[in-house]
Design a protein around this ligand. Structure first.
Ligand code: ARG
Length: 469
């Protein structure tokens, strides 16, 4: 049983089950860099405020620096008995620089320390995710541009509805992922607030300068309320919710790729590099990547539910329950990053079967609305036109024909407004290009949407580069 930094008031030692049970170091060790950077800034602030001496601060900072290096080089394995990464580093610091190490924890507690570390970790990860969403959206937009003339059936209820550009369909995902990115960016503003100095819960009696700590750690803001600073995790919940919504979008895209790559649709072939075979059926090529992305959405939703449940009903402020925030958070970060990365690389390599898509767009009366619109343009009321074309559809089905395969004579049975010019409107190309309403599938619209998206993405790339410098 190892000696604990907090054991002054304890008589009996920790039960053998409790160390392992309460320990979080197995997973929170991934916070070590943030813990060391946070401690370094705290130490500098303490010296600047003459709470410790400059000489003491230098010794501590050097010691922390050496520990960071040791961890990086794999020369320091944290000890489970020391609860968490924060206490592991503190104990190691004592070994490195001696008694002066014990001054580091002046004017702070692990409650504000862990809040700081997680905020620093998460803001880094969110910045990475913003980049990943830019990259994925660029893949989608470039693919849409390359396939601008491909027409496919648009669906409602998974029934063929009206023809659309395949690019228009892809650009719908672009829009979803654009909103996802905006959500993460919004969340980042609330993550990027500095809690250190809130101490256990009430603040501290030392003359600290939290604004200076914030400046050293590149935080634009300091937490306004110490109780809130140590007792809130909605910045994590908000991230998990944004991740959940993003996984919904990835999962829907996955479902479409799975359907489209089936023999029944045959719209797309998943490239070999992103598919797997069957151990028994030699002919099989399975869309496992898409299936796994769809499946992984489950754990991401679960992580959100887990965190909502952990926080619900907790009295202010810090409670040990909150240590349970880390595994769901880390798991969601890893899962989302993996999904975004794999799709950014998969999308450009999809092999589209344009013929199959176009064939599907001319079969199944997808031009019925356009035929009704034609009658409306000749003066008929829409409801009447709808009924009239409905009868024509039934007739055509009986004849085993499509609407555009009926003769003018046959159409005349349903309305005398039909003339030869109706047939021009019934081709998929015409049906697409006449849908010029804002956001409609007309080629001109989609080309413009792609141009605009490319500008947006260039601006994001420039912003990311500027931030890196
Ligand atoms: N490992 C703890 C956590 O993740 C750190 C904070 C511990 N604070 C405490 N009062 N026990 O929440």
């Amino acid at each position: 049983m190892s000696k604990k930094p907090w054991d002054g008031r304890f008589v009996d030692s920790t039960d053998r089950t409790v160390e392992a049970f309460t320990s979080s170091v197995a997973f929170d060790k991934r916070l070590y860099r943030y813990d060391i950077n946070g401690s370094t800034a705290h130490c500098r602030m303490l010296a600047r405020q003459s709470i410790i001496s400059e000489d003491e601060a230098s010794q501590i900072v050097e010691g922390l620096h050496r520990i960071a290096l040791d961890i990086k080089k794999g020369r320091f394995e944290p000890d489970e008995a020391m609860e968490d990464i924060h206490m592991n580093i503190e104990r190691r610091l004592v070994q490195e620089v001696g008694k002066v190490a014990q001054k580091l924890h002046t004017a702070r507690s692990r409650n504000d320390q862990v809040a700081l570390d997680v905020r620093m970790y998460l803001r880094d990860e969110v910045r990475g995710i913003l980049g990943a969403l830019t990259a994925l959206r660029r893949s989608l937009v470039e693919f849409a541009e390359r396939h601008i003339d491909v027409i496919m059936p648009g669906y409602t209820h998974l029934q063929r509805a009206q023809p659309v550009l395949f690019s228009h369909h892809l650009m719908a995902y672009y829009e979803m992922f654009t909103r996802d990115r905006a959500r993460f960016k919004e969340a980042l503003g609330r993550i990027n607030v500095m809690p250190l100095g809130s101490a256990a819960l009430a603040g501290t009696t030392y003359p600290i300068d939290m604004a200076y700590t914030a400046e050293l750690l590149d935080f634009p803001e300091v937490c306004a309320n110490s109780l809130d600073a140590v007792g809130s995790r909605d910045f994590i919940i908000e991230f998990l919710a944004a991740a959940g919504i993003c996984m919904v979008h990835l999962s829907r895209l996955s479902e479409e790729l799975i359907l489209w790559s089936s023999r029944e649709f045959a719209f797309v072939e998943i490239p070999d590099a992103f598919a797997t075979g069957s151990s028994i059926m030699p002919q099989k090529k399975n869309p496992d990547v898409a299936e796994l992305v769809r499946g992984k959405s489950g754990r991401v939703f679960g992580n959100l539910t887990a965190m909502l449940t952990v926080m619900k009903g907790l009295p202010l402020t810090y409670n040990r329950d909150m240590q349970e925030d880390k595994e769901p958070l880390f798991d969601t970060v890893d899962t989302l990053k993996g999904c975004l990365e794999v799709y950014e690389r998969l999308v450009p390599r999809l092999k589209m079967n344009r013929q199959a898509m176009e064939n599907a767009a001319v079969e199944g009366f997808l031009n019925a609305t356009d035929m009704a619109d034609y009658l409306v343009s000749k003066g008929m009321a829409f409801r009447e036109a709808h009924h009239c074309v409905g009868e024509a559809v039934r007739y055509a089905m009986d004849q085993n024909k499509e609407l555009h395969e009926l003769s003018l004579n046959e159409l005349g049975k349903f309305s005398n407004l039909f003339a030869e010019d109706v047939f021009d409107l019934l081709t998929p190309k015409q049906m697409v290009d006449r849908r010029i309403s804002a956001g409609g599938t007309a080629t001109d619209n989609v080309v413009r949407a792609i141009e605009k998206a490319k500008e947006t993405i260039s601006a994001e790339v420039a912003e990311i580069k500027a931030n890196e410098e």
